[in-house]
Design a protein around this ligand. Structure first.
Ligand SMILES: [Zn+2]
Length: 71
């Protein structure tokens, strides 16, 4: 296996109340969502991963964690 990808996987985060979308490096996604919701929405679960990519994201995370072996 080789690690030739030099672009980190980035995850689109959407916040319907702020009407913003930002792409966050996978490593920072949980922190960024927590921080955004804590600072702007009193800790409510408003900002979240774009549902359109949530399915793909599950695969990406699985790959990142080495849960999916290449066959
Ligand atoms: Zn927001």
């Amino acid at each position: 296996m080789s690690a030739e990808t030099d672009d980190d996987p980035r995850v689109p985060i959407v916040c319907p109340e702020c009407e913003t979308t930002s792409r966050i490096p996978l490593d920072d996604v949980a922190d960024s969502i927590d921080r955004h919701n804590a600072q702007l929405h009193d800790g409510d679960d408003v900002a979240r991963v774009d549902p359109d990519v949530a399915d793909q994201l599950a695969d990406i995370i699985a790959v990142e964690l080495g849960l999916l072996e290449e066959r």
